[in-house]
Design a protein around this ligand. Structure first.
Ligand SMILES: [Zn+2]
Length: 277
């Protein structure tokens, strides 16, 4: 696990273009699309009274998102063990599928190479010698996550990680760990989404971005989101690019009574409402 975390830190340091990963509340419904940006989508959900159900405060809720820093316990669920099929120990399978032929052309190679980066840089093969059970698999060639009409391909298990190119985002975004069906059973809830800018990068620049996102799929969060981060990191919110504009916005045009720049700095669920950096 130590190697795991060091690797992830390294990938984070190399990260140059990725943004917004994982998606808000670990739900791709809140990620910007071709017609609306992320802040507008969250604002609409808030105004419709639908946001609170994603912000349940306890770990045993049916909601799929928790604050990584201030809430106790893990915010992620591990991927389930697969049946052992007679092998000595069960593996934990991360199944991947490509959304469509476009993703196959632009995301498949960089994904496979980034998975190899994890494999050869310390993760190794699953087993007692490496201390992990992670194994990734791919849908059969020519089998895509979705049909051309956008509907999920029922030949693919609904919890399979959907790999796609999302022209509305820059960098990458990935779901965090495993979302249990009791929280959300929709197919496509596990995703690895890459912006058009990623596949246009040289491979050596795209690889850290995709490898970083794969860490989220495994269930890893960013170092600055660790519950003990305040022992090691001093966050100076006022140094963020865009701080003054967001401060003016919340002072002059608050979306909710009681919203302040301090709350925006401390609580990402408030920050998202203001599209704060
Ligand atoms: Zn990330």
């Amino acid at each position: 696990m130590r190697v795991f975390l060091l690797l992830f830190t390294g990938f984070a340091a190399l990260l140059s273009v990725a943004s917004g990963c994982p998606p808000p509340f670990n739900n791709f419904d809140f990620l910007g699309n071709s017609t609306e940006d992320t802040a507008a989508i969250i604002d609409a959900a808030f105004r419709a009274g639908e946001l609170d159900k994603y912000l349940e405060p306890t770990m045993d809720s049916q909601a799929g998102w928790h604050d990584a820093v201030s809430k106790r316990g893990s915010i992620t669920k591990p991927w389930p063990k697969s049946p052992s099929n007679g092998k000595p120990a069960p593996i934990v399978e991360l199944p991947f599928c490509l959304r469509d032929p476009y993703a196959e052309v632009h995301a498949k190679y960089v994904l496979e190479t980034a998975l190899q980066v994890w494999r050869v840089n310390g993760l190794g093969e699953p087993g007692p010698h490496s201390g992990h059970r992670l194994q990734w698999t791919f849908a059969d060639p020519g089998t895509y996550c979705r049909h051309p009409d956008g509907n999920w391909n029922k030949a693919v298990h609904g919890h399979t990680i959907e790999v796609l190119i999302n022209p509305a985002i820059s960098g990458g975004a990935a779901s965090l760990g495993f979302t249990p069906p009791a929280w959300d059973s929709r197919p496509g809830r596990h995703q690895l989404a890459l912006g058009e800018d990623v596949w246009k990068l040289p491979l050596f620049e795209a690889l850290p971005v995709v490898a970083h996102e794969i860490g989220h799929l495994f269930g890893l969060t960013h170092e600055h989101q660790r519950p003990d981060r305040d022992h090691y990191v001093k966050f100076m919110c006022h140094n963020l690019v865009g701080y003054e504009a967001v401060k003016r916005e919340v002072e002059n045009n608050p979306k909710r009574n009681g919203d302040t720049i301090e709350k925006i700095c401390e609580d990402c669920s408030v920050a998202w409402l203001y599209d704060s950096p």
